[in-house]
Design a protein around this ligand. Structure first.
Ligand code: F6R
Length: 607
């Protein structure tokens, strides 16, 4: 969703702001703008892609060394130049960029700003106008007075024309990161905007006011007391957010999966044992948990569907998996013997955060699986397991999904051991299988296999409806395969439990509805094969995804994709990879915008 950048230094701000905004494009947006401080505030905004803004600014000589920028994903008011940020106060003293939602903006307009002529339909402009209205020369007090009135969530960066040496930034339940440079400092909503300039970062807390100057950063708490900021080193380098020769981020991120697995395994395995130094669980605690609730959205939710089987099978704990936006409205039965696992790549998803809060309010311990250090979900959870997948730029999640899977396997093994319900042999064999994963994943992505997948994808060029089917963990993978195809190729795809088709949906199967059938799991292989025959009897073209050595299948279906054979338990981590690639090649074949599909945003910070 929206992206924020801010810069103060000695270099021209314009280029740095535009570069930072380009690094945040992946989050999804519909307009962009910057404000810099020359003799007065100079603001330029443009609806559509960042390139439109760049074009507008091309011949504008701006030497300012302080400024703010924004990419907007419309919530209040349609995408337009006027609604794009930054927003300014009527007296042209303040420019403001904002992520989040000011829930009481209409009330604030009525209470304080009746006489102001608004330039936009946004909630954000209220903040700029309030600052302008209340300003009496004392900037800090004015900002505090405005913040005290705001309800909702926000990251705000404020530029005041009376203060050419200062940017003020603050947050409430929205991400904010400050980049520490030498003689220059940076502000962003997300680390990729900073990486080209610095890897030293500060993550302010809710309620703190950040005074960002050229020579340094001062942070004050809500009472005005100065606090010592902790500087953290970001481990990613600038290349991690580049395409590195790949045509799309999605393709790059699919290829990064084997290394992401290696990294996680290296950090979590010692002498064949799974360990989590950051958790202080003992046997007693692990045995106390009577239930796990996994809460997540979209792809992360799909990872939980695989996780359910893994936790139940290995750690012998009943698991419920729930779409986070449904969770709290159902009034789930939770108590202190329930472990809530919140899974979120971005760690910012509002629905997942709300579900996590629901769990905490009922006395549950919450474990977060997330890829983003210090994200909202990570901050609020009792325990955090960082996926360390590296930045995921493509909107369609791939490496975050498979590392979420691997993380849940490792957690399940760890818990199973603490709960004394796994034999040493089973433990050792599973760990061994997991260590083989990176090389098996690489096999799937050998050049000849990629060619085969691209060829298979050509079949779907003109498809309007497609079904994925499978049973058990194959079904969970089918759900993820169908989401990937939908979101980037815009083909309507549905994933169905193979055994459930005959209870209604089979009516939709014709020679015009191709089917991708997963029959990877041995336990359900014969039953799925029968379901595939039912589909074939309705003339649908079937691509079967099976393990090497699978029998009979080639006589039943139109095409077969053989996957390198590992233990059934770990196969889901492998079998999703060709589905990611089929979605990718299909979308490419159809000329879709792969990394930034229509209507979607990388992190969804509204409920
Ligand atoms: C699909 C996709 C989304 C996200 C969902 C949750 O490819 O990426 O379905 O999985 O919006 O996002 P996170 O994991 O950031 O909470």
């Amino acid at each position: 969703m929206c992206g924020i950048v801010g810069f103060i230094g000695v270099r021209p701000a314009k280029d740095i702001l535009l570069d930072g905004l380009a690094k945040l494009e992946y989050r999804g947006y519909d307009s962009a703008g910057i404000a810099v401080l020359e003799d007065g505030l100079e603001v330029e905004k443009s609806v559509g892609k960042l390139a439109n803004l760049v074009e507008k600014l091309k011949d504008k000589e701006l030497n300012a060394t302080i400024g703010i920028g924004h990419t907007r994903w419309a919530t209040h008011g349609k995408p337009s130049d006027a609604n794009a940020h930054p927003h300014t106060s009527a007296n042209k003293k303040f420019a403001v960029v904002h992520n989040g939602i000011i829930e009481n903006y209409l009330q604030l307009k009525e209470d304080y700003l009746n006489d102001v002529c608004f330039q936009s339909e946004t909630d954000t402009e209220v903040v700029a106008q309030l600052l302008g209205k209340f300003y009496d020369g004392n900037l800090e007090e004015t900002v505090r007075r405005v913040l005290a009135l705001l309800k909702g969530s926000y990251t705000l960066v404020i530029l005041c024309s009376d203060y050419p040496d200062l940017l003020i930034a603050c947050r409430k339940a929205n991400p904010l990161v400050l980049g520490v440079g030498e003689g220059e400092n940076f502000i962003a909503s997300d680390v990729p905007a900073l990486l080209a300039y610095t890897r030293n970062c500060i993550y302010p807390n809710d309620g703190e006011l950040c005074f960002v100057k050229r020579e340094g950063i001062t942070i004050k708490d809500s009472e005005g007391k100065i606090i010592e900021p902790k500087i953290k080193q970001i481990l990613w380098n600038a290349e991690a957010v580049e395409k590195n020769g790949y045509e799309h981020y999605m393709l790059k991120e699919i290829h990064e999966q084997p290394d992401a697995f290696r990294r996680m395994l290296k950090n979590r395995l010692k002498d064949g044992k799974v360990y989590f130094e950051e958790f202080t669980w003992n046997k007693e605690q692990a045995k106390k948990w009577r239930k796990i609730h996994i809460v997540a959205c979209g792809t992360a939710y799909h990872s939980g569907l695989v996780g359910r089987t893994v936790f139940e099978k290995l750690a012998k704990i009943p698991v419920e998996v729930e779409i986070a936006s449904e969770f709290r409205y159902r009034e789930p039965m939770l108590d202190e013997d329930t472990l809530v696992i919140a899974i979120s790549q971005s760690g910012e998803t509002a629905d997942t955060k709300a579900a996590l809060e629901e769990g905490k309010s009922k006395g549950c311990k919450v474990l977060a699986l997330t890829n983003v250090v210090d994200s909202a979900v990570a901050r609020e959870a009792d325990y955090v397991f960082y996926l360390q997948a590296g930045p995921e730029i493509s909107v369609a999640s791939t490496k975050a999904y498979t590392t979420m899977l691997l993380a849940q396997y490792l957690l399940a093994i760890y818990l199973a051991d603490l709960r004394e319900c796994i034999s040493q042999d089973a433990y050792a064999s599973l760990v061994h299988q997991l260590t083989l994963l990176p090389q098996y994943a690489e096999k799937i992505m050998l050049e000849e296999n990629l060619k085969q997948l691209a060829k298979l994808a050509e079949e779907y060029h003109d498809t309007e409806n497609l079904f994925f089917v499978g049973r058990g963990m194959d079904w969970a993978i089918a759900l993820e395969g169908s989401l990937k195809l939908k979101e980037i190729s815009y083909i309507h795809a549905e994933a169905y439990a193979a055994g459930e088709l005959k209870h209604g949906t089979l009516a939709l199967i014709t020679d015009k509805t191709p089917v991708i059938a997963l029959a990877v799991q041995g336990k359900t292989y014969d039953k799925t094969l029968s379901n595939i025959k039912e589909i074939k009897a309705r003339d649908a073209k079937v691509l079967a995804v099976v393990k090497e050595g699978a029998e009979q299948i080639d006589k039943v279906v139109d095409k077969v994709l053989y996957l390198p054979a590992m233990d059934d338990m770990v196969m889901p981590i492998l079998s999703v990879i060709p589905l990611q690639l089929i979605a990718y090649y299909t979308a490419k074949d159809r000329g879709c915008s792969i990394d930034q599909p229509r209507n979607l945003a990388k992190s969804v910070t509204v409920e």
